[in-house]
Write a new protein. Structure first.
Length: 256
């Protein structure tokens, strides 16, 4: 896993949720994130905006804006580059092909309540321990990614039903899958179901590593484990402009 790939998992780790409830309003979740990997330390702020079947994620890493949109109805992922004024559009099928080329295997996950509670951003959050493993192919060699650590979630947070409702739509549409094979889809679905039982993500402090017997795993092991931290700072249910979830006028579109 490269540093950039690992960094993009920070907000993603807070999104794998699904529950069968209706979408009725909009929700905005602001978080602060930090990561240490391969001798680098990075801090960022992220904003997740959800409106119906669309989600927009904004991140600022060292002053560099990163914007992505997931359009469930259109079955596409959009990456915006505000400086270059370009939009890269990847279909859900193309994304599955990319994941297949990575050789991602069946993901397994355990979410275990700790019985602890604390208040984060005004929300009453319950403590959990998360453990994730996912086999994958790197450089033609089989390795296993591991990720785990403490996490906090709130079942009664504002906007929780709308957040879960979007994830339900995405899951039903076959998106957010780590592997295009049927086996991998089942693993991702199980991950979503387990996280749904916990509630809206409040915070997490996860450690990511690589295990295996080949040269690639040994090299990654020498680099040490990565750490990823995420904490929600605010949640809003104010109405969002639909234009936030579309490609802006004047952008050059690149289809993949």
């Amino acid at each position: 896993m490269t540093f950039s790939h690992a960094w993009r998992m920070v907000p993603v780790a807070a999104l794998a949720l699904a529950i069968a409830v209706p979408v009725s309003a909009d929700v905005t979740i602001k978080s602060k994130n930090s990561m240490q990997a391969m001798g680098q330390n990075m801090a960022s702020e992220s904003t997740i905006m959800i409106k119906g079947g669309s989600m927009r994620t904004e991140m600022s890493v060292n002053g560099m804006p990163q914007v992505s949109i997931i359009d469930v109805k259109g079955r596409r992922y959009i990456t915006l580059d505000p400086k270059a004024r370009t939009a890269t559009v990847t279909s859900a099928d193309a994304m599955k092909d990319q994941m297949e080329q990575m050789g991602a295997g069946d993901m397994t996950m355990e979410v275990t309540p700790t019985g602890e509670t604390k208040t984060i951003a005004g929300m009453n959050c319950d403590g959990y321990t998360i453990s994730v493993t996912m086999p994958m192919n790197m450089g033609g060699q089989s390795v296993t990614m591991t990720m785990g650590g403490p996490s906090w979630s709130a079942k009664d947070a504002p906007g929780v039903e709308d957040f879960f409702g979007f994830m339900k739509q995405a899951s039903d549409a076959g998106m957010f899958l780590v592997n295009p094979s049927q086996r991998g889809q089942a693993g991702a679905g199980e991950l979503m179901r387990k996280m749904a039982e916990a509630g809206l993500p409040c915070a997490s402090d996860l450690e990511v590593g690589m295990a295996g017997g080949g040269e690639m795993a040994a090299m990654m092991s020498q680099m040490g484990k990565s750490t990823m931290s995420n904490e929600t700072v605010s949640v809003s249910t104010d109405t969002l402009d639909a234009a936030l979830f579309a490609i802006p006028d004047g952008y050059t579109v690149k289809n993949q």
